[in-house]
Structure formats: C-alpha cells, structure tokens
Design a protein around this ligand. Structure first.
Ligand code: IMP
Length: 176
C-alpha cells in the first residue's frame, strides 16, 4: 500500500468485478442504441478502460475535460477540452470517477441535452452520496463511499495517485 494511503476501500479485483457487473447491465439496457461513452478527463480514464471491454455493443468513445476540482475544494467549472463529435440524436453515457457534489455532471448533462442528445446518463465508479448538493443521480455506479477524500484508480490529489490500482482514503496530513 502507498505510504500516503490510510486505508484501501476497494481492491483492483473488486473494481474489475464491479466493472463486469456494470458492463453487463449497460449491454442489456442499450441494445439497439448508438451509445457514446464520454469520459471526463483525466480521472475517468482507468475506469473507462476497465469498464468498456465488458460492454458488448458497438460503442464509440469521446472525451471532455471540465475539471472543477483543485486540491480538496470544489471550484468553478471550466471547459478545457470539448467533445470531438456531435452528440445530436446519440445516447450518451457520461463516465466519471466519482460523483460528489454533482456540480460537474449537472453542468455537463445540461450542456449535452441542449446539444440535442437523445439521452444523457451517468456511470460513476464511486458515489459519494453524502457530498451531494445538486439533485442528480448516476444511473449506474460501482460503489457508494463515505464522505472522505479518496485517491487511486484515476482519482488524484494534486495530480498524484491516479495510477494506484486500488481506491483508498488519503491520509489527512497529506492535504492539511
Ligand atoms: P463534483 O462536481 O463535486 O461531483 O466533483 C466531481 C469531481 O471532483 C470528480 O471528477 C473528481 O475529480 C473530484 N473529486 C470529488 N471527490 C473527490 C475525492 O474524494 N478524491 C479525488 N477527487 C475528488
């Protein structure tokens, strides 16, 4: 375990098992649809890579960078990178590492609906339900977690720890 991690919440094996479960459900739900997996950079990349092989459909990938987080405090959203393709008439599944306050995904969802997407839903690896301040839910999520600052499997603190193969709670002394 990394020295800055206090506790492992979900192991690599548990995350992969969950991806298989979610992928099978998504495959059932999106039969006959033109599904676009939209990964929110950078945190969703490991989750998107682990989940997508279990989705047995002709999906396409696109990416957006709308980071609203710096350190441990939420900030105003800025679009650093927009989608490469038109979403009109498409079924969009926003792939996110964690759903916390819901601010990022509320903004992105509204934006893609406005552009004429047929549907916009969310798959989040983690759901921090206690942190929610916006009325938004993920259609699919891997694990519900307590209101702690977590890192690993895409999640960072100051751009570090994204490569950890597990999700763990960061020691408070690292960010205090
Ligand atoms: P929201 O807009 O508050 O839902 O925040 C979503 C974004 O905040 C995520 O994509 C993460 O980048 C970041 N975030 C929220 N909670 C954590 C955490 O516990 N660890 C690392 N990043 C987090």
């Amino acid at each position: 375990m990394h020295k800055d991690v206090k506790e492992i919440l979900y192991s690599h094996e548990q995350i992969i098992e969950k991806c298989e479960e979610l992928g099978k459900q998504i495959t059932k739900d999106y039969q006959g649809k033109e599904l676009v997996l939209v990964g929110l950079l950078k945190g969703s990349v490991p989750f998107l890579a682990a989940l997508s092989p279990y989705i047995d459909l002709d999906v396409t990938f696109d990416y957006m960078d709308v980071s609203s987080y710096e350190g441990v405090h939420s900030r105003t959203i800025t679009i650093k990178k927009d989608l490469d393709h038109d979403v009109k008439g498409k079924d969009i599944l926003l792939v996110e590492d964690i759903l916390d306050t819901g601010k990022t995904l509320t903004t992105v969802k509204a934006m893609l609906n406005e552009r004429g997407a047929n549907s916009v839903e969310i798959v989040a690896m983690l759901d921090k339900k206690e942190g929610r301040t916006y009325p938004i839910e993920a259609k699919y999520y891997g694990f519900e977690i307590p209101n702690a600052f977590v890192v690993g499997f895409g999640l960072d603190f100051d751009e570090k720890y994204r490569n950890l193969p597990y999700v763990g709670i960061l020691k408070e002394e690292v960010y205090q």
